[in-house]
Design a protein around this ligand. Structure first.
Ligand SMILES: CC(=O)SCCNC(=O)CCNC(=O)[C@H](O)C(C)(C)COP(=O)(O)OP(=O)(O)OC[C@H]1O[C@@H](n2cnc3c(N)ncnc32)[C@H](O)[C@@H]1OP(=O)(O)O
Ligand SMILES: O=C([O-])CC(=O)C(=O)O
Length: 376
């Protein structure tokens, strides 16, 4: 093993070619199949973007309508999965519930013979909002709201969570948020999905693993941590001292820093403006003002290390101002990212090679086996 170099955290290691998305980390740009994410967030619907990522091109009207119909026809979850959700502890974390339900979904679907891989992806994607909202409402003692086929995917999620149909503005916002989170190269959860898929395991197993990876506080779980932090800080005048103390204690500040972006994450800029608008509409004097001040202070203090806001900084503020409870923030991320996960699995499997890196052994070479009775 002499001469083998360790790339800690696989930093700057490429493992596959992809035509799904590209990040320019120095300039803070993200494109999905060549189209800037900001343009898609402004002009497209989530289903259009899902089509773009799965099929490789923007759909015509008929193709889009077919996908919309297929997804809305597949929103219901198996009654056995509903029964399991009823049995889960009410305080279970929504990401644990989502992960377990996708795994259960695999139990039912894998025994049903094969489906086209994109159909499978669309079916899994269609069910995520139902799982999340079903558990959320039961955990609050509320009756689940069945999916509404007249609503698009993102608006239907809002409806199933709140029981209210979103107006045009909220519907547009929900679509944009989902689009911004749909895809982002070989981030940790996508890579986890690809590792599992590379063994020729099934899509449900890959997505179950990806949800587990997304849950972590260094990845998608950061959006929940951001809200805890903002609530801890409380007022804009407390921001400086909070940041100073965090840096003195060498704590990472959630919502900042990124492996690839060495400037502003373009998604954070879009989400900041959504948060600003919602904040002024709702007379919020805490969440947006504290976060904006935090952004200013952290960037001033850490720009020399190229630490800037990432996607998780303002997404939680938007969800908070939309009235969503913080435990579900990372599931909202997952509801959107499942499109990227499945698209990468499908793409990688076309030229599959099992992903199997190596470690550099640093343990003893000639250790003796001491019988149990002889051990101290
Ligand atoms: C959807 C997403 O996954 S976006 C990321 C969400 N995660 C977070 O917001 C959690 C906070 N951020 C972090 O922990 C990191 O920035 C990560 C995990 C995103 C990236 O990690 P890495 O690429 O491994 O960078 P690494 O942790 O080595 O940081 C490089 C330097 O910046 C510092 N740094 C990085 N992020 C932060 C932060 N959020 N707060 C303070 N300092 C930070 C590190 O301490 C390190 O400093 P040093 O060189 O003096 O030791
Ligand atoms: O790219 C990453 O490492 C994390 C990220 O921003 C994402 O998954 O959206």
């Amino acid at each position: 093993m002499k001469g083998i170099k360790i790339f800690k955290g696989l930093e700057n290691v490429a493992v596959a070619k992809t035509s799904l998305s590209h990040i320019n980390g120095e300039k803070g740009r993200l494109i999905y199949r060549g189209i800037p994410v900001e343009i898609l967030a402004e002009k497209a619907t989530f289903e259009e973007v899902a089509f773009l990522l799965w099929f490789g091109y923007l759909p015509n009207r008929k193709e889009l309508d077919d996908l919309i119909k297929f997804m809305s026809d597949n929103r219901n979850i198996h009654s056995e999965i509903e029964d399991w959700i009823v049995k889960f502890p009410r305080e279970a974390h929504p990401m644990d519930v989502l992960r377990s339900c996708v795994s259960l979904f695999g139990v039912f679907e894998n025994s049903r013979g094969s489906h086209d891989e994109i159909q499978k992806a669309a079916k899994i994607t269609a069910k995520f909002p139902t799982i999340v909202s079903y558990h959320y409402r039961l955990s609050r003692g509320l009756n689940p709201v069945p999916p509404d086929k007249t609503l698009d995917h993102a608006s239907n999620f809002y409806y199933m969570m709140t029981g209210e149909k979103p107006d045009e503005e909220i519907s547009k916002l929900m679509n944009s948020i989902f689009i911004l989170h749909a895809e982002q190269g070989l981030n940790a959860s996508t890579f986890a999905a690809m590792v599992i898929a590379s063994t020729l395991s099934d899509m449900y197993s890959s997505i179950t693993g990806a949800i587990g990876a997304l849950k972590g506080a260094l990845h998608g779980g950061a959006n929940e941590k951001v809200i805890d932090m903002i609530e801890d800080i409380g007022l804009p005048e407390n921001v400086e001292s909070y940041v100073e103390e965090a840096l003195k204690e060498k704590r990472k500040i959630p919502g900042f820093g990124h492996r690839v972006y060495k400037t502003y994450d373009p998604r954070s800029k879009v989400l900041r403006e959504y948060a600003r608008k919602l904040s002024s509409k709702m007379d919020d004097i805490k969440y947006f003002p504290v976060t904006e001040k935090l952004e200013k202070v952290v960037v001033e203090k850490l720009a020399h290390k190229k630490i800037f806001p990432n996607v998780d900084l303002y997404s939680g503020i938007v969800y908070k101002l939309l009235g969503f409870p913080k435990e579900i923030y990372t599931t909202i991320f997952a509801i959107a990212r499942v499109v990227g996960w499945t698209a990468h699995i499908i793409e990688y499997n076309k030229f599959n090679k099992i992903i199997r890196p190596c470690g550099v052994y640093i343990g003893p070479m000639n250790a003796e086996y001491i019988p149990l009775e002889a051990r101290e």
